[in-house]
Design a binder for this molecule. Structure first.
Ligand code: URA
Length: 198
């Protein structure tokens, strides 16, 4: 069966249907390099959604998002600001690992976009945090710089968006680097938005 995400995803209304159908997707070249599709995670109570870039080696093997070094750093920053990963939905802009962990191509992101957007609609989060520039490009378009918008409130698909840096950037620039400082502050902003009365 050939699955066209743009034709199929918007009609799927549950997390389980979306995840199952995604496993049949061969719509872009990343389907040839993956070990498995990584749909993401959605605990039913999630009000905060994190959107990363793409599965890496660990995620491709384990089938879950952010289970490598970036994920460990993410967990520790989440804990610092009073958030627990188990309460959060976590997705990526593309669901299959790019070869050698390269950045997903714009065409691959565009092909996978209907999956992501259908997932966002099913999750219906109150707040969305994008991690890194691929997720930021999904939310606000290309040409927007993280340095210019991180930690500020925007809107995507009718939800409040807070863009921030990718944990891999925080690892790259180290414990005293600006990306880690920003990640902490921006996730604290997201936590405070969740605590704000509706
Ligand atoms: N980096 C991402 O963007 N997503 C993952 O799931 C893991 C690493």
């Amino acid at each position: 069966m050939i699955v066209d995400p743009a034709a199929v995803a918007p009609a799927l209304r549950t997390w389980d249907e979306l995840s199952a159908t995604m496993h049949e997707c061969f719509a872009c070249p990343l389907s040839r390099s993956r070990t498995r599709v990584v749909p993401g995670v959605f605990p039913a109570s999630a009000r905060l959604l994190l959107v990363g870039e793409a599965p890496g080696r660990n995620e491709d093997e384990g089938g879950l998002p952010f289970i490598g070094r970036s994920g460990q750093l993410l967990d520790s920053v989440l804990a610092e600001v009073g958030l627990e990963r188990a309460d959060l939905a976590v997705l990526n802009t593309v669901k299959c690992r790019p070869p050698d962990n390269r950045t997903p191509r714009q065409s691959e992101g565009a092909t996978c976009r209907p999956w992501l957007e259908a997932q966002v609609d099913v999750i219906d989060p109150r707040v969305i945090v994008t991690l890194g520039s691929s997720a930021l490009a999904w939310a606000l378009g290309t040409g927007v710089r993280i340095g210019a918008v991180h930690g500020t409130e925007h809107e995507v698909r009718g939800r409040t968006l807070v863009p921030t840096y990718h944990p891999a950037a925080a690892l790259r620039f180290g414990p005293n680097g600006a990306p880690l400082r920003a990640l902490r502050m921006d996730l604290a902003v997201a936590a405070s938005l969740l605590a704000r009365p509706l």
